[in-house]
Design a protein around this ligand. Structure first.
Ligand SMILES: [Zn+2]
Length: 234
């Protein structure tokens, strides 16, 4: 089975070397050419999530995904950025390409998450830029049920449900801004009532808030300005 970091490395022109070892991080079959000691810190705090914690090796996919100084093709930019960290970006890997995104590309990431690409693909959404998340990102081959990594959490959803959740989130964001979505305070309810004349949208949001899909919808939600341009108040 191909892992997301293998897809990532292949998309970047690297050769995958399979063997009879397993990768410490993603669990892919790998050879013994890359020692885990190069890529795993003794203080590794995520040991409970790794797929083969007893392994002394990592695959070339994970070695590629852990790079702290490499070239990265950013969405809509004419030439790759050089000397950047893989973990700083959100990634969509599909069709033999690995493209990096920033939070400025949120509308595009929304579209991709709602209408995923053909073939095998992986989507990793980075919140902090501090963590390596590609190794725990799932590989999808279906467009009907989708799994993405949002920071360290893997979220599984139906695209139609996500579309609806984002629609509700953006109606709230138009009145409150997106930061209020995670834990709306009384002041957020007041802002929604003032904006729409009732609290229907924030009531709808509170019905799904707390579910994994709501965390994804909140992350993919656009800011107050863009949302209020599309969703007018009273
Ligand atoms: Zn690996």
């Amino acid at each position: 089975m191909t892992t997301a970091t293998e897809l990532f490395a292949m998309a970047r022109g690297r050769e995958i070397r399979r063997g009879n070892k397993r990768c410490f991080y993603c669990g892919a079959a790998c050879d013994n050419s890359i020692s885990a000691s190069l890529w795993v810190k003794k203080t590794c705090a995520i040991r409970q999530y790794v797929r083969a914690p007893g392994s002394d090796f990592v695959c070339c996919g994970c070695a590629e995904a852990f790079c702290e100084k490499t070239d990265v093709q950013v969405f809509n930019e004419p030439t790759p950025r050089s000397s950047t960290r893989v973990r700083l970006w959100s990634w969509v890997i599909s069709g033999g390409e690995a493209i990096a995104y920033t939070k400025k590309n949120i509308s595009t990431l929304q579209e991709i998450c709602i209408s995923p690409p053909d073939g095998e693909y992986s989507i990793a959404l980075s919140e902090s830029g501090q963590k390596h998340i590609l190794w725990l990102t799932p590989v999808n081959s279906s467009k009907e049920i989708v799994s993405v990594a949002l920071e360290e959490e893997v979220i599984v959803y139906l695209p139609e449900d996500l579309k609806q959740a984002i629609f509700v989130a953006e109606h709230v964001s138009a009145a409150t801004g997106k930061k209020a979505l995670i834990a709306p305070l009384f002041s957020a309810w007041m802002k929604v009532e003032k904006y729409y004349g009732d609290t229907n949208w924030i009531e709808m949001w509170e019905k799904i808030n707390g579910a994994p899909i709501s965390r994804l919808a909140a992350w993919l939600c656009r800011g107050k300005k863009e949302c209020s341009d599309d969703f007018k108040g009273k």
